[in-house]
Design a protein around this ligand. Sequence first.
Ligand code: PLP
Length: 409
Amino acid sequence: MNPLLDRLQPYPFERLRQLFAGVCANPAYRPISLGIGEPKHPTPAFIAQALNQSATRVPSGLSGYPATAGESALRAAFTVWLKSRYKLELDPATQVLPVNGSREALFALAQTVVDPGTAARNGANAIVPLVICPNPFYQIYEGAALLAGAQPWFVAADPARNFAQDWDSVPDAVWARTQLLFVCSPGNPTGAVMPLTEWEKLFALSDRYGFVIASDECYSEIYFRDEPPLGALEAAAKLGRGDFRNLMSFTSLSKRSNVPGMRSGFVAGDARLIEHFLLYRTYHGSAMSPVVQAASIAAWADEDHVVANRALYREKFARVTPILASVMDVALPDAGFYLWANIDRSDTDFARELFALYNVTVLPGSYLAREAHGVNPGAQRIRMALVAESAECEEAAQRIVQFVKTRTS
Ligand SMILES: Cc1ncc(COP(=O)(O)O)c(C=O)c1O
């Protein structure tokens, strides 16, 4: 077996299952889960129809092997969307690629980019390559780094600066060993959008040290401010980096179009990275099913359902956030579908007792972060995914208020 597999951490939901093992949830309440960040709004009918039509057409979309690069109509759908969303002109032949959801792509990019030989070649003076991750973070970044033969280096989000990462805290010697850096903007779990000044700083560091930036933007279409979130490629273009050197963005239909089961997204950016990524993906066998390609083309071409979906989240967050803010330190995020609350006590105790007394599931923040440089920035925090319909989320919030009041009275 690959010994690197032993370095993978249990997934947060596995840890949650263990935390709740043997706990009996109060049967007086029906269960409500704010634990898993899985979209629950219905899938638009036209997307399912496009999928069905492609599968049942003659000859069927299923009758041939797809190309890893995707059909040209799909790549054109990506670039048309990038133009309308970010006013960017990308070459559909060289600067975009379909992926089967951003999760696999984030993982695969690390395998493409990281040079595990850095350690092997240096023998006794082994220099293990580093992959910089935000903290808290989406756990795939860590697993991707470890299986690529690198070590993750965590940079904590600072609650006092809208959860911005303190890039200045990273020593030069760490930057010098960094081969890949993950950005998550809008962030999971913080919902924070990274501003242009931070991008400028990261681009300068990437130029200096040569690392690749992977920008995970899968929550980009669910936002609560007037301005849509700034994208990495958009930031690069604004700063005169039209070739997107060493930069790749990851965009997904899962949250935008409520199709997490379809597994569809795309990457865009530096043509040199895309070329190597295509090579890696060809061997890995990561081509997108033609029926998914057909449905994806339909989904990317329509914005009406995205606007309606965003409106549902906005209404839900506007109702639920003030209820929770009456008993805990929580605020409307820039974007995403999570509330990341400070609770000033053990997050695991809070989650377990809330589940036992009120049958509401929330995720302990410490499960979404690592203790690094002396702190776990998720400790004493909980993540609440407002994915269920509004009334259910509101009921969960009311129960949490009751829970907090009874614990503090
Ligand atoms: C931050 C982040 N990135 C990526 C993903 C993966 O999304 P998908 O593979 O559905 O595109 C998720 C899923 O929850 C996520 O929270």
